[in-house]
Ligand binder design. Structure first.
Ligand SMILES: Cc1cc2nc3c(=O)[nH]c(=O)nc-3n(C[C@H](O)[C@H](O)[C@H](O)COP(=O)(O)O)c2cc1C
Length: 196
């Protein structure tokens, strides 16, 4: 397994607690079988109404060059006088990119926010599953995520939102320790009743 944090005796929660966003990410990328397992984990996300609103678009190999062209084209339209070329690199810095898309449908009981959150949960399962298989992921957004030219180029429909790109690969620095995490205290409290 290519990951750094898979020490003998570690259980699933130990491994989950080492999840982080390593950089840089290099070859190899997960095999198709490993990717299938990771996307199967994404399908386990909580999902009101069983809408399965998430869509994942894989971009690898030579397709990343074409994504780079698209990023440059979009940047030129956003800012004709800016340095559009610098956006090309964003398609090439990792061996595999997964666009995370929320496919939003009108529903009487499931507002769009819930569909967006479910898509985020599915993406998080994907990141965790790839981490558990020894790979690294780094989720980014930036101007490309919100750009209509990028959306059109990726083939998104009008009711689809791009929640960013997950860079996937093998952490170059496998021995690097995961970052220390902040304490839970400011983020968790117990409620005993109104006014408590
Ligand atoms: C939706 C979303 C978009 C993000 N976009 C960016 C981004 O554009 N650039 C960036 O440096 N980090 C971005 N991040 C944060 C990184 O993915 C990462 O979580 C952060 O660098 C902290 O590292 P850690 O995951 O190891 O704690 C984004 C995270 C999320 C959930």
């Amino acid at each position: 397994m290519p990951g750094a944090t898979h020490s003998p005796g570690a259980d699933a929660l130990d491994l989950l607690l080492t999840r982080h966003s390593p950089w840089p990410l290099i070859e190899p990328i997960p095999s198709d079988a490993e990717l299938q397992r990771a996307f199967a984990a994404a399908m386990c996300a909580p999902d009101h109404g069983a809408l399965r609103p998430w869509r994942f678009v894989l971009v690898r190999g030579a397709a990343r060059e074409r994504l780079g062209d698209l990023f440059v084209q979009a940047a030129r339209l956003r800012d004709p006088l800016g340095d559009a070329e610098r956006f090309r690199r964003k398609a090439l810095v990792a061996p595999l990119l997964v666009a995370v898309v929320a496919h939003l449908q009108p529903h009487p009981k499931v507002p769009e926010i819930e569909q967006t959150v479910a898509t985020g949960a599915a993406a998080m399962n994907l990141l965790n599953a790839l981490h558990l298989q020894g790979y690294g992921c780094f989720w980014v957004s930036g101007p490309n995520a919100y750009d209509p030219t990028v959306h059109a180029g990726l083939g998104l429909a009008a009711n689809e939102q791009l929640l960013g790109f997950v860079y996937v690969g093998t952490p170059q620095h496998r021995d690097k320790q995961p970052p220390a995490r902040a304490g839970i205290a400011p983020h968790v409290r117990e409620w005993h009743g109104p006014g408590n």
